[in-house]
Write a protein that binds this ligand. Structure first.
Ligand code: FES
Length: 106
């Protein structure tokens, strides 16, 4: 699906990513700045924090217990649509997904 990252500086980076990979892997593979992903996708670091666009907030699979616990530890302020991008696996239904990158991950 096509996904768009709105960067902390307001610029946008959009591209097509394969189904089955995580939003985090799509971002790091494409060199999206601001997605650190220190733990490599294991739901242990919270440095892959993103804000899912409001329009998409209710359309993604709900976060699991590990993700919810780690969302307490984000560097940038947690918001209602905060997610760990490594825990969102892209599907065809996510065509047009928009996420915002927070201003810091540490
Ligand atoms: Fe570490 Fe997502 S990459 S929690």
């Amino acid at each position: 699906p096509d996904i768009t990252f709105i960067l902390a500086d307001g610029n946008e980076q959009g591209f097509e990513a394969p189904e089955g990979v995580s939003v985090m892997a799509a971002a790091t593979g494409a060199g999206v700045p601001g997605i650190v992903a220190e733990c490599g996708g294991a739901a242990r670091c919270a440095t892959c924090h993103v804000y899912v666009d409001e329009a998409w907030a209710g359309k993604l699979p709900a976060p699991g217990a590990d993700e919810l616990a780690l969302l307490e530890c984000t560097a940038a302020e947690r918001q209602p649509t905060s997610r760990l991008s490594c825990q969102i696996r892209l599907t065809a239904a996510m065509q047009g997904l928009v996420v915002r990158v927070p201003d810091r991950q540490y």
